[in-house]
Design a protein around this ligand. Sequence first.
Ligand code: DAH
Length: 330
Amino acid sequence: MTINESIESVRKSFRTDLDSFPSDPKEIDSLRSVYFGRKGLIAGLYISLADLPNNEKPEAGQSINNFKKKLQTDFDAKASTVIDVASTTHNQSFDLSLPGFPITNGSIHPLQQTLDEIKSIFKSVGFKVAYGPEIEDDYHNFEALNIPKHHPARDMQDTFFVKDNIVLRTHTSNVQIHLMEEREPPLRYIVPGRVYRNESVSYKSYCLFHQIEGLFVDKNVSMADLKGILEYFVKQFFGESTVMRFRPSFFPFTEPSAEVDIWDKKRGKWMEILGCGMIDPNVFENVGYDSSIWHGYAFGMGIERMTMLKYGIDDIRLFYQNDIRFLEQF
Ligand code: DAH
Protein backbone atom coordinates (compact mmCIF):
# COMPACT_ATOMS: atom_id res chain seq x y z
CA MET A 1 0.00 0.00 0.00
CA THR A 2 1.35 3.42 -0.87
CA ILE A 3 1.35 6.20 1.72
CA ASN A 4 -1.51 7.88 -0.09
CA GLU A 5 -3.57 4.71 -0.01
CA SER A 6 -2.87 4.35 3.72
CA ILE A 7 -3.94 7.96 4.29
CA GLU A 8 -7.10 7.32 2.29
CA SER A 9 -8.01 4.28 4.36
CA VAL A 10 -7.50 6.16 7.65
CA ARG A 11 -9.63 9.02 6.26
CA LYS A 12 -12.43 6.61 5.45
CA SER A 13 -12.56 5.05 8.89
CA PHE A 14 -12.32 8.51 10.44
CA ARG A 15 -15.41 9.61 8.49
CA THR A 16 -17.37 6.63 9.73
CA ASP A 17 -16.33 7.36 13.30
CA LEU A 18 -17.33 11.00 12.97
CA ASP A 19 -20.80 9.89 11.90
CA SER A 20 -21.26 7.73 14.97
CA PHE A 21 -19.35 10.03 17.30
CA PRO A 22 -19.76 9.08 20.99
CA SER A 23 -21.14 11.50 23.57
CA ASP A 24 -19.49 10.01 26.61
CA PRO A 25 -16.22 11.86 27.35
CA LYS A 26 -14.39 8.61 28.16
CA GLU A 27 -15.35 7.11 24.82
CA ILE A 28 -14.32 10.31 23.09
CA ASP A 29 -10.92 10.06 24.74
CA SER A 30 -10.39 6.48 23.64
CA LEU A 31 -11.46 7.32 20.10
CA ARG A 32 -8.98 10.17 20.18
CA SER A 33 -6.16 7.80 21.02
CA VAL A 34 -7.24 5.39 18.23
CA TYR A 35 -6.17 8.16 15.81
CA PHE A 36 -3.77 10.43 17.65
CA GLY A 37 -2.34 8.19 20.36
CA ARG A 38 1.28 7.05 20.52
CA LYS A 39 0.30 3.75 18.91
CA GLY A 40 -2.56 5.25 16.90
CA LEU A 41 -3.31 5.22 13.20
CA ILE A 42 -1.54 8.53 12.50
CA ALA A 43 1.55 7.29 14.33
CA GLY A 44 1.35 4.20 12.11
CA LEU A 45 1.48 6.39 9.01
CA TYR A 46 4.68 8.04 10.25
CA ILE A 47 6.20 4.62 10.90
CA SER A 48 5.48 3.50 7.36
CA LEU A 49 7.54 6.49 6.14
CA ALA A 50 10.63 4.46 7.07
CA ASP A 51 9.98 2.05 4.17
CA LEU A 52 10.06 4.82 1.58
CA PRO A 53 13.14 5.76 -0.43
CA ASN A 54 14.79 8.85 1.05
CA ASN A 55 13.83 11.18 -1.82
CA GLU A 56 10.14 10.50 -1.32
CA LYS A 57 10.17 10.95 2.44
CA PRO A 58 9.84 14.80 2.64
CA GLU A 59 6.81 14.99 0.40
CA ALA A 60 5.06 12.03 2.03
CA GLY A 61 5.89 13.42 5.47
CA GLN A 62 4.30 16.70 4.49
CA SER A 63 1.10 14.94 3.35
CA ILE A 64 0.85 13.10 6.66
CA ASN A 65 1.38 16.37 8.57
CA ASN A 66 -1.40 18.07 6.63
CA PHE A 67 -3.70 15.09 7.00
CA LYS A 68 -3.07 14.97 10.76
CA LYS A 69 -3.84 18.67 11.16
CA LYS A 70 -7.11 18.37 9.27
CA LEU A 71 -8.15 15.31 11.26
CA GLN A 72 -7.36 17.03 14.52
CA THR A 73 -9.42 20.10 13.61
CA ASP A 74 -12.38 17.95 12.58
CA PHE A 75 -12.12 15.80 15.68
CA ASP A 76 -12.01 18.80 18.04
CA ALA A 77 -14.88 20.52 16.29
CA LYS A 78 -17.02 17.42 16.61
CA ALA A 79 -16.01 16.88 20.23
CA SER A 80 -16.90 20.44 21.20
CA THR A 81 -20.47 19.98 19.98
CA VAL A 82 -21.05 17.15 22.43
CA ILE A 83 -18.99 18.08 25.45
CA ASP A 84 -18.31 21.30 27.25
CA VAL A 85 -16.38 22.45 30.27
CA ALA A 86 -19.01 21.26 32.74
CA SER A 87 -19.23 17.80 31.28
CA THR A 88 -15.48 17.27 31.15
CA THR A 89 -15.32 17.90 34.88
CA HIS A 90 -18.60 16.23 35.84
CA ASN A 91 -18.59 13.51 33.28
CA GLN A 92 -22.04 14.50 31.99
CA SER A 93 -23.21 15.62 28.60
CA PHE A 94 -24.50 19.15 28.40
CA ASP A 95 -27.02 20.45 25.91
CA LEU A 96 -26.19 24.04 25.06
CA SER A 97 -29.48 24.45 23.24
CA LEU A 98 -31.57 23.96 26.43
CA PRO A 99 -33.17 27.11 27.89
CA GLY A 100 -31.44 28.50 30.99
CA PHE A 101 -32.78 28.30 34.51
CA PRO A 102 -35.37 31.06 35.11
CA ILE A 103 -34.34 33.78 37.54
CA THR A 104 -37.15 34.13 40.06
CA ASN A 105 -37.81 37.43 41.75
CA GLY A 106 -39.13 37.58 45.27
CA SER A 107 -42.23 39.68 45.91
CA ILE A 108 -43.45 41.84 48.75
CA HIS A 109 -45.69 39.98 51.20
CA PRO A 110 -49.38 40.81 50.60
CA LEU A 111 -49.75 42.11 54.17
CA GLN A 112 -46.83 44.47 53.66
CA GLN A 113 -48.33 45.62 50.36
CA THR A 114 -51.63 46.40 52.08
CA LEU A 115 -49.86 48.15 54.91
CA ASP A 116 -47.80 50.26 52.50
CA GLU A 117 -50.93 51.21 50.59
CA ILE A 118 -52.91 52.17 53.71
CA LYS A 119 -49.97 54.18 55.03
CA SER A 120 -49.58 56.12 51.83
CA ILE A 121 -53.31 56.95 51.68
CA PHE A 122 -53.28 58.40 55.19
CA LYS A 123 -49.93 60.11 54.72
CA SER A 124 -51.37 61.89 51.68
CA VAL A 125 -53.88 63.60 53.97
CA GLY A 126 -51.41 64.62 56.65
CA PHE A 127 -51.13 61.65 59.01
CA LYS A 128 -47.75 60.75 60.48
CA VAL A 129 -46.70 57.20 61.30
CA ALA A 130 -45.91 56.18 64.90
CA TYR A 131 -45.15 52.88 66.60
CA GLY A 132 -45.55 51.52 70.10
CA PRO A 133 -44.75 48.51 72.30
CA GLU A 134 -46.10 45.02 71.69
CA ILE A 135 -45.44 44.00 75.28
CA GLU A 136 -47.66 46.24 77.28
CA ASP A 137 -48.88 46.87 80.79
CA ASP A 138 -52.49 46.41 81.75
CA TYR A 139 -52.91 50.14 82.14
CA HIS A 140 -52.05 51.10 78.54
CA ASN A 141 -53.72 48.13 76.89
CA PHE A 142 -56.97 48.33 78.93
CA GLU A 143 -57.35 50.62 81.90
CA ALA A 144 -56.45 53.96 80.30
CA LEU A 145 -58.66 53.07 77.34
CA ASN A 146 -61.62 52.96 79.65
CA ILE A 147 -61.83 49.19 79.43
CA PRO A 148 -63.13 48.08 82.81
CA LYS A 149 -62.02 44.95 84.65
CA HIS A 150 -64.98 42.85 83.57
CA HIS A 151 -64.70 43.66 79.84
CA PRO A 152 -64.56 40.52 77.66
CA ALA A 153 -61.36 41.75 75.98
CA ARG A 154 -59.60 41.22 79.29
CA ASP A 155 -60.74 37.65 79.53
CA MET A 156 -58.01 35.04 79.92
CA GLN A 157 -59.37 33.50 76.72
CA ASP A 158 -58.44 36.51 74.63
CA THR A 159 -55.27 37.88 76.16
CA PHE A 160 -51.78 36.45 76.31
CA PHE A 161 -50.35 37.31 79.70
CA VAL A 162 -46.58 37.69 79.97
CA LYS A 163 -46.95 37.98 83.73
CA ASP A 164 -49.30 39.72 86.14
CA ASN A 165 -50.30 43.04 84.65
CA ILE A 166 -48.11 42.58 81.55
CA VAL A 167 -49.74 41.41 78.33
CA LEU A 168 -49.05 41.03 74.64
CA ARG A 169 -51.12 43.91 73.35
CA THR A 170 -54.52 42.86 72.06
CA HIS A 171 -54.84 45.91 69.82
CA THR A 172 -52.85 48.91 68.60
CA SER A 173 -55.09 51.22 70.64
CA ASN A 174 -52.47 51.13 73.42
CA VAL A 175 -50.38 53.51 71.33
CA GLN A 176 -53.15 56.13 71.49
CA ILE A 177 -52.37 56.42 75.19
CA HIS A 178 -48.59 56.57 74.71
CA LEU A 179 -48.88 59.26 72.04
CA MET A 180 -51.18 61.43 74.12
CA GLU A 181 -49.08 60.95 77.26
CA GLU A 182 -45.91 61.93 75.45
CA ARG A 183 -47.07 64.73 73.17
CA GLU A 184 -49.15 67.85 73.25
CA PRO A 185 -52.18 68.13 70.94
CA PRO A 186 -52.95 68.55 68.07
CA LEU A 187 -52.07 64.99 66.99
CA ARG A 188 -52.62 63.19 63.73
CA TYR A 189 -51.13 59.69 63.62
CA ILE A 190 -51.58 56.26 62.21
CA VAL A 191 -50.03 53.37 64.11
CA PRO A 192 -49.37 50.07 62.36
CA GLY A 193 -48.33 47.01 64.30
CA ARG A 194 -48.70 43.45 65.42
CA VAL A 195 -51.33 42.44 67.94
CA TYR A 196 -51.97 39.14 69.74
CA ARG A 197 -55.08 37.25 70.74
CA ASN A 198 -55.35 33.98 72.56
CA GLU A 199 -57.94 32.56 70.20
CA SER A 200 -58.12 29.15 68.63
CA VAL A 201 -56.61 29.25 65.16
CA SER A 202 -59.08 28.88 62.30
CA TYR A 203 -59.72 30.23 58.81
CA LYS A 204 -60.90 33.50 60.34
CA SER A 205 -58.71 34.00 63.38
CA TYR A 206 -55.05 33.68 64.13
CA CYS A 207 -53.09 34.09 67.36
CA LEU A 208 -51.38 37.15 65.96
CA PHE A 209 -52.40 39.64 63.32
CA HIS A 210 -51.84 43.26 62.33
CA GLN A 211 -53.80 46.43 62.89
CA ILE A 212 -53.59 50.05 61.95
CA GLU A 213 -54.80 52.54 64.47
CA GLY A 214 -55.75 56.10 63.58
CA LEU A 215 -55.76 58.99 66.03
CA PHE A 216 -56.72 62.58 65.42
CA VAL A 217 -56.90 65.16 68.21
CA ASP A 218 -57.58 68.84 67.66
CA LYS A 219 -60.05 71.57 68.54
CA ASN A 220 -63.49 71.31 66.93
CA VAL A 221 -63.18 67.79 65.61
CA SER A 222 -66.51 66.20 64.84
CA MET A 223 -68.00 62.90 63.73
CA ALA A 224 -68.36 64.48 60.27
CA ASP A 225 -64.55 64.75 60.05
CA LEU A 226 -64.26 61.09 60.99
CA LYS A 227 -66.81 60.08 58.37
CA GLY A 228 -65.10 62.23 55.76
CA ILE A 229 -61.65 60.75 56.30
CA LEU A 230 -62.89 57.14 56.39
CA GLU A 231 -64.97 57.60 53.27
CA TYR A 232 -61.96 59.01 51.51
CA PHE A 233 -59.86 56.10 52.71
CA VAL A 234 -62.34 53.37 51.74
CA LYS A 235 -62.76 54.75 48.22
CA GLN A 236 -59.01 55.04 47.75
CA PHE A 237 -58.34 51.55 49.03
CA PHE A 238 -61.29 49.53 47.71
CA GLY A 239 -62.21 51.67 44.70
CA GLU A 240 -64.32 54.72 43.97
CA SER A 241 -67.55 52.76 43.49
CA THR A 242 -67.38 50.97 46.86
CA VAL A 243 -70.63 51.10 48.82
CA MET A 244 -70.11 51.67 52.55
CA ARG A 245 -72.11 52.38 55.68
CA PHE A 246 -71.52 53.54 59.24
CA ARG A 247 -73.28 51.40 61.83
CA PRO A 248 -73.62 52.37 65.50
CA SER A 249 -71.48 50.21 67.77
CA PHE A 250 -69.74 50.24 71.11
CA PHE A 251 -66.10 50.58 72.17
CA PRO A 252 -65.18 51.61 75.70
CA PHE A 253 -62.68 54.23 74.49
CA THR A 254 -64.97 56.04 72.03
CA GLU A 255 -68.32 57.74 72.41
CA PRO A 256 -70.20 57.60 70.15
CA SER A 257 -68.74 54.52 68.45
CA ALA A 258 -69.36 53.10 65.03
CA GLU A 259 -68.29 50.34 62.73
CA VAL A 260 -67.82 50.67 58.99
CA ASP A 261 -69.08 47.99 56.63
CA ILE A 262 -68.51 47.71 52.92
CA TRP A 263 -70.84 45.92 50.54
CA ASP A 264 -69.15 42.78 49.26
CA LYS A 265 -70.59 42.12 45.79
CA LYS A 266 -69.10 38.65 45.57
CA ARG A 267 -70.48 37.42 48.87
CA GLY A 268 -73.64 39.53 48.57
CA LYS A 269 -73.43 40.89 52.10
CA TRP A 270 -72.07 43.68 54.30
CA MET A 271 -68.57 43.05 55.61
CA GLU A 272 -67.27 44.87 58.65
CA ILE A 273 -63.94 46.55 58.02
CA LEU A 274 -63.15 48.75 61.00
CA GLY A 275 -64.16 50.24 64.33
CA CYS A 276 -64.09 53.93 65.08
CA GLY A 277 -65.57 56.72 67.14
CA MET A 278 -65.07 60.00 68.96
CA ILE A 279 -62.49 59.71 71.73
CA ASP A 280 -64.22 59.25 75.07
CA PRO A 281 -63.68 62.16 77.52
CA ASN A 282 -62.55 59.59 80.13
CA VAL A 283 -59.62 58.69 77.89
CA PHE A 284 -58.64 62.36 77.55
CA GLU A 285 -58.79 62.67 81.30
CA ASN A 286 -56.49 59.65 81.73
CA VAL A 287 -53.78 61.32 79.64
CA GLY A 288 -54.28 64.79 81.10
CA TYR A 289 -55.92 66.45 78.10
CA ASP A 290 -58.69 68.96 78.81
CA SER A 291 -61.72 67.42 77.12
CA SER A 292 -63.55 70.75 77.06
CA ILE A 293 -60.88 72.05 74.66
CA TRP A 294 -59.69 68.96 72.80
CA HIS A 295 -61.76 66.59 70.73
CA GLY A 296 -60.71 63.73 68.59
CA TYR A 297 -61.53 60.61 66.72
CA ALA A 298 -59.89 57.22 66.54
CA PHE A 299 -60.25 54.19 64.34
CA GLY A 300 -58.72 50.75 64.11
CA MET A 301 -58.67 48.16 61.38
CA GLY A 302 -57.15 44.73 60.75
CA ILE A 303 -54.61 44.53 57.95
CA GLU A 304 -55.32 40.84 57.32
CA ARG A 305 -59.02 41.53 57.10
CA MET A 306 -58.53 44.39 54.64
CA THR A 307 -56.25 42.25 52.48
CA MET A 308 -58.69 39.33 52.53
CA LEU A 309 -61.57 41.54 51.47
CA LYS A 310 -59.62 43.30 48.76
CA TYR A 311 -58.26 40.15 47.13
CA GLY A 312 -61.01 37.66 48.03
CA ILE A 313 -58.79 35.54 50.29
CA ASP A 314 -60.85 33.27 52.53
CA ASP A 315 -58.34 31.86 55.02
CA ILE A 316 -56.24 34.08 57.31
CA ARG A 317 -53.72 31.27 57.90
CA LEU A 318 -52.45 31.63 54.34
CA PHE A 319 -50.62 34.81 55.36
CA TYR A 320 -48.48 32.85 57.80
CA GLN A 321 -47.70 29.64 55.94
CA ASN A 322 -45.24 31.11 53.43
CA ASP A 323 -46.57 28.87 50.69
CA ILE A 324 -44.90 30.11 47.53
CA ARG A 325 -47.99 29.24 45.44
CA PHE A 326 -49.97 31.74 47.51
CA LEU A 327 -47.30 34.41 47.79
CA GLU A 328 -46.36 34.52 44.12
CA GLN A 329 -49.88 35.64 43.23
CA PHE A 330 -49.16 39.09 44.67
N1 DAH B 1 -59.17 48.36 69.20
C1 DAH B 1 -60.32 47.85 68.52
C2 DAH B 1 -60.14 46.36 68.29
O1 DAH B 1 -59.10 45.85 68.51
C3 DAH B 1 -60.51 48.53 67.20
C4 DAH B 1 -60.87 49.98 67.36
C5 DAH B 1 -62.20 50.33 67.47
C6 DAH B 1 -59.92 50.94 67.43
C7 DAH B 1 -62.58 51.65 67.60
C8 DAH B 1 -60.27 52.29 67.59
C9 DAH B 1 -61.63 52.62 67.67
O2 DAH B 1 -59.37 53.26 67.65
O3 DAH B 1 -61.96 53.93 67.80
O4 DAH B 1 -61.04 45.71 67.87
